[in-house]
Design a protein around this ligand. Sequence first.
Ligand code: SAM
Length: 242
Amino acid sequence: MMKPSQRLYVAADLGQNQSVALDAGQAHYLAHVLRLPVGAAVLLFNGRDGEWLAHLSQIGKKGAEAVCAEQTRSQTPICDLDLLFAPVKGDRTDTIVEKATELGVARIRPVLTERTIVRKLNLERLKSRAAEASEQCGTLFVPEVHDTISLMSLLDPKAEVRRILFADEAGDAMSVAEALADKPARVALLTGPEGGFTPAEREKLRASPVVRPVNLGPRILRADTATFAGLTLIQSVWGDWA
Ligand code: SAM
């Protein structure tokens, strides 16, 4: 059976002969962009029940419906990896969300630091950007996109215990491989804003027992490049590439 190329993220449960409602945006895309007729096959996933081949049973203005025929992939465990990033100017923040999704993070948390310029984010737009990236890259879940948090809340002893790899371009930092040599269960990558972290922030981060300062090579990377490089290194030594 030739697998259809169109994948759609849905919130509904998926199962044999399950009828699944698709929203107006998805219906419009299927009917008017892809010009798919009733009966056409699509792939559905919801982050819980794996991926299912389904056939369109109805397409209308307000929505569409698809009926699940067979499971094409079972749900695989999600890598417990977070991206903590200081939002950056322009559409680079959207690009960071898209690439972090492709690189397999489970959660995306924008972090407000002293030098963070962009402090207001359109979360709904970032969430749909993550869903689109998940549909395109073949993953079986959409990462959670959380609201902004303050840097210091990460260091709150009551916060969840997670190994935080602090991307620190100021030198005297270890490699990502060293920082993950003891294979911690939960990991996060923290990257700074255009202007970097302040000395006071750097000091507090380096004093925290859950934080490991890591270097991402000898050059000063742009904030978005730093997220891509850091996540790639983490996935290659600790995550679902290893
Ligand atoms: N502070 C720098 C400055 O003086 O302009 C630049 C900050 S850099 C554009 C943005 C963030 O990317 C940094 O806060 C850091 O988290 C990360 N970063 C960039 N290059 C890095 C490197 N070589 N090693 C580790 N982190 C790096």
